[in-house]
Design a protein around this ligand. Structure first.
Ligand SMILES: Cc1cc2nc3c(=O)[nH]c(=O)nc-3n(C[C@H](O)[C@H](O)[C@H](O)COP(=O)(O)OP(=O)(O)OC[C@H]3O[C@@H](n4cnc5c(N)ncnc54)[C@H](O)[C@@H]3O)c2cc1C
Length: 416
């Protein structure tokens, strides 16, 4: 079976590795001139970690990342709201890893090259469309640097893993508009900083109306003096946003630092941490309405191409990884690839639709909103008088069930 994967990001590389481990050597095409370790922090939750374990890269990821100890919520006055253990500390059989996107991506790329050979990775190939007939698919490419057409490629199956601005999604759904802005703008960066709290906390602080901050370390001891690389994301309600989402657009600290000026806590000086960041990126929080279908004959979508979602609850990368795993398993077991694509979609489209919609309405950081609303954005005397620990735990656990990583389910399921 000749499989072409367009997009060698997180989802595409997961699928390529899964197939290669099972004996199908795919071709991966990417528009980037080189597949470099770019991006900032992501979180690898235990269910996605199982997939990395199955394809043989978990040890390398573990070495490069920080094993998350707990998830911790504060209001903007630095008052502690709630903490819950993460990964192995919460009883999962695998840790949660907070990791630089490049430290997740590169081990997969190297593993694929080890199994398949470097000639199976075709960079500088920007996909511009496809056509299919009863026997196969023809995929068209342009040279990224010159925009000149490149030879088209014939295959049995085409997988679109080409991310948030997928051209293959556009071809399958020509009437669809661009990703929809949520009304929240985001800035992000990474800075070398001394460890705070347990040195492995995923902290969520404040709320969107006045300024929310998510921060967590992603690399340990980056300078031989025990300092960590700390990833942060600022989210603030911002009614209008004109530019297109671009993972590499530079942002300015002046646009958001005002919201964090007073936050000098005994465990962290927030404005100092933000000011210490050399390069700040900016991007709007966007998603798209769930699609009525992903598959047409021999073509299907995975990852952000299939279900762009708000980056809440550590799901952008994890859901793409689960897609790659489920689709890989289906293709490896199928006599006719078209059946495999249908089976994959039947499993993954309803599941990811629930995550997209829940990330709009009740993501895990809804805990912060509850406290913000109930206190009228004022400091509290006693958090138990505002919201009970049981209610907080329930809000968190409901989300895990919807996103597919509640402990009960994972205890009974392996990677596919
Ligand atoms: C440069 C970059 C930086 C990122 N940084 C972060 C981050 O810091 N934190 C975070 O949470 N998420 C980040 N993401 C997004 C995150 O990787 C995805 O949301 C998630 O992992 C889903 O993965 P995906 O494989 O669907 O998409 P992606 O990982 O975005 O991969 C899509 C791939 O498709 C390629 N591509 C796009 N269009 C075409 C085309 N027409 N032809 C061929 N190839 C194409 C891209 O070059 C890319 O390699 C980043 C994505 C990119 C591309």
């Amino acid at each position: 079976m000749k499989v072409v994967i367009v997009g060698g990001g997180i989802g595409g590389m997961t699928l390529a590795c899964k197939l290669a481990v099972g004996g199908i050597i795919a071709h991966v095409y990417d528009s980037a001139p080189r597949l470099e370790p770019i991006g900032l922090g992501v979180n690898l939750l235990p269910h996605a970690g199982k997939v990395m374990q199955a394809i043989g890269v978990i040890d390398e990821i573990a070495q490069r990342s920080v094993e998350t100890y707990e998830s911790t919520f504060f209001n903007r006055f630095g008052q502690h709201i709630y903490s819950e253990p993460a990964g192995r500390h919460a009883g999962y059989d695998l840790p949660q890893y907070s990791v630089h996107r490049g430290d997740l991506h590169q081990p997969m790329l190297h593993r694929f090259i080890e199994l398949a050979g470097a000639e199976r990775v075709h960079t500088g190939h920007r996909c511009v469309g496809f056509e299919q007939d009863a026997d196969g698919v023809t995929v068209h490419f342009h040279d990224t640097a010159t925009d000149a057409p490149l030879p088209s490629v014939r295959c049995d199956v085409l997988i679109a893993a080409d991310g948030i601005h997928s051209v293959i999604r556009k071809q399958l759904h020509p009437g669809e508009g661009d990703p929809v802005y949520s009304g929240v703008n985001m800035w992000r960066g990474a800075v070398v900083h001394k460890p705070f709290l347990h040195g492995a906390n995923m902290v969520r602080l404040g709320w969107l109306k006045t300024g929310k901050l998510v921060l967590y370390p992603i690399r340990n001891d980056v300078d031989g003096q025990g300092n960590q690389l700390v990833n942060w994301v600022v989210e603030i309600e911002t009614p209008k946003y004109k530019a297109k989402r671009d993972w590499n657009k530079e942002g300015s600290i002046d646009d958001f630092i005002g919201a964090f000026e007073g936050m000098h806590f005994d465990w962290l000086d927030v404005p100092a941490l933000l000011r210490g960041t050399q390069k700040i990126l900016e991007y709007p929080m966007v998603d798209q309405d769930p699609l009525p279908f992903w598959t047409s004959g021999r073509v299907t979508l995975i990852g952000d191409a299939a279900h762009p979602m708000y980056p809440r609850g550590s799901n952008g990368a994890c859901q793409a990884i689960i897609d790659g795993d489920v689709l890989g398993r289906a293709l490896l077991g199928a006599a006719d690839p078209r059946d495999a694509l249908e089976a994959y979609e039947a499993e993954r489209r309803p599941a990811t639709t629930r995550v997209v919609l829940t990330n709009r309405s009740t993501p895990p950081d809804i805990i912060l909103k509850e406290v913000f609303d109930r206190t009228g954005d004022k400091p509290f005397e006693d958090i138990d008088m505002v919201i009970s620990p049981e209610e907080l735990a329930e809000l968190s656990n409901n989300y895990k069930k919807i996103a597919g990583f509640d402990r009960e389910r994972l205890a009974t399921a392996g990677a596919n």
